[in-house]
Design a binder for this molecule. Sequence first.
Ligand code: HEM
Length: 414
Amino acid sequence: DYQDMPQEKSLDHTIALLKEGYEFIYHRKDKYDSRVFKTRILGEVTNCMIGKKEAQLFYDNNRFSRKDAAPSRIQKTLFGQNGVQGLDGAKHHHRKAMFMSVMTRELLDEVKELTELEWDRAITRHQEEEFIVYEEAKRVLTSVAMRWVSIPAQEAENEWVNELSDLFEDASAIGPKHWKARMSRSKAEDWLEQLVLDIRSGKKQVDQNRPLYQFSTHRDLSGQLLEPAIVAVELLNLLRPIVAISVYVAFTVIAVEQFPQEVEHLRQKDDKRLQYFIQEVRRFYPFFPFTVARVKEDFEWNGFMFEKGTLTLLDLYGTNHDPDNWEQPDHFRPGRFEKWEGSPFDFIPQGGGEFDIGHRCAGEWMTIDILKVTLDFFVNRISYEVPNQDFTYSMNEIPSLPESKVKIKNIRKK
Ligand code: HEM
């Protein structure tokens, strides 16, 4: 006793998806008056879902799996092959534990210290000058990432900024940029593989508490060391997204400029206020549009049939703007997080569900920490001027960035 899901009629919606970007699913939920519908993307019938209950369904491991879910062109740029994103069940749980084991309070505090130190150095370099916040953040966060993971020898750090940025800036590109991203990935993977071998043979020694050593010596469920190529992919699953936090840094500085009444609350050194502001930045601005899985076995839900193997998109951006859960979703109001109950399914900029047995982002706590330190730094530790510029951002480029990438000038320490 089920009905067919509403289904888009024309042949393929890849072009519409590219054009409407972050709002593709959001627009259609009203058109079909349904939070679940079918469309056709890159030639494949695809379920689309948006909302809190739908997110809860999407993160049910009995219903959805990740094997062969991410398109292979994205694996070759953004994620890498055979990494944690595509694993299921016990294998996923075990690999994910490797990631979560480096997200201890102690190691997260080190990230915060490194972030503060690197911003301080950046400001010293540019005292009374100007810079583009997004570009400077990439340099700052590359240094933070390399030091935290414990990658030795920093001579090539400028190259690393570019390679790591290519992996997320051009991940969804087609044509030459796609190939550039793939080349950057192989170069970075080769270098990391060699490091893994040198650590295993004892030729190089690094801090044993840090991710480089931990991942290099991690054993899988059958007691084997991981292939060096897989360790390289997983190390890039730390390095790349730490640098990608630069996107949120750019939006954070814009929010400070555009919502001055909210900034007043941040001057009192109240950790909670910094937290609410950062949460609202992550809710309000676009970053990851959706995440993907495949239906594990046929099942029926709310009267709709989900067929085994069907590709399924969960709208992350749209769920964060769902008027059923967020009052006036298009207003920037950090105070709303005072009352937020912390559901794992209604606020999902970095995925939903659980960290350990689900695919929720391993770096979510770290992202919040890095952004809080950065926000405090920009509001309370330095002064600067913001020249006239174009802050508009696209709703169909991934990642989306403010047009000017946020220029500031006459930067001084307070
Ligand atoms: C997974 C977003 C930062 C490591 C994810 C997912 C999203 C996401 C949407 C997929 C969730 C899913 O498919 O259910 C973001 C955003 C970030 C960020 C917007 C801000 C820049 C980080 C950081 C790290 C990290 C800083 C590590 C230091 C990971 C890993 C996964 C993941 C390892 C795979 C988890 C799994 O498959 O179990 N992230 N992330 N991310 N993220 Fe992040």
